[in-house]
Design a protein around this ligand. Sequence first.
Ligand SMILES: C[S@@+](CC[C@H](N)C(=O)[O-])C[C@H]1O[C@@H](n2cnc3c(N)ncnc32)[C@H](O)[C@@H]1O
Length: 308
Amino acid sequence: MTDIKTAKPFLKWAGGKTQLIKDIERILPTQLTKQKFTYIEPFVGSGAVLFWMLNNFPKLEKAVINDINEDLINTYKTIASNPKELISILQILQDEFHSLEGNEDNKKVYYYKKRELYNSRKEEQSGQAALFIFLNRTCFNGLYRVNRKNEYNVPMGGYKKPTICDKENILAVSEALQKVEILNGDFEQTLNYADKNSLFYFDPPYKPLSETSSFNSYAKDEFNDNEQVRLRDFCSKLDVLNLTWILSNSDVKGKDENDNFFDELYSDFNIQRVEAKRNINANPDKRGKLTELLITNQTANQEYVRAI
Ligand SMILES: C[S@@+](CC[C@H](N)C(=O)[O-])C[C@H]1O[C@@H](n2cnc3c(N)ncnc32)[C@H](O)[C@@H]1O
């Protein structure tokens, strides 16, 4: 145990929440996290908030994570149950890929061959998980995008000798995942795993700020406005059950002041606007500070009052 490093996200993921953690910390219900509690993250992605919670809250007794992306969840499960085999496959992929450094054509041939193999979905669990991590580390901007047939279609990125096998972190993540229940499916199923001292953090695919900036195709099914409404209904249900939740989403009003979509949808709850950097925009000029929404059903505590 002693030389185990602190677990951190093992993927680059669009919408990774590292930037927002300080704001989430500010509105955390301290009375809840002081007792034994269950942390539930129904749209886990790369798990930036999950790992932060696991590392910083000793009273977190159990966590439940879920995502609709089957390949992502297969990777979490592999890290939890079979980290050593995964590391040995990743080490081979890393050695082979690094040996091609300096020859872009050969790197591309290698990358596209691995992408094809991944899409054939013929590998067993750890082989498929290793390909998932390999593609994430070597593709353009760490994007995960699939077509309607669930075929991953992101081109190669331009990284020099990217880290593909981060052995220490995979071992640390594996250790941290031992108290985590890992689910694959729709967000609503997580309610079955809640107990009375549960904290939900929702980070759904963000509502696009404009048609062209749209980036929410993490999975083959789109998360459209009806889905945003279904999520709000689920949050209302949790509220009735007296369960605490925090949710983040894009601030569509910051872009168009007449757009009251979220203000109306969550009018019964506490809505905060916070500054957050997002860098999933491929155009560097368009990266920069944006406001995002942090919404919660908990009653205002001291810190919360000061923040607004
Ligand atoms: C904004 S990302 C989460 C980012 C994450 N918080 C992070 O730090 O990387 C949204 C995630 O929701 C997942 N998703 C989309 N529709 C879903 C659904 N109906 N139920 C559960 N997960 C879903 C996507 O696969 C994606 O991983």
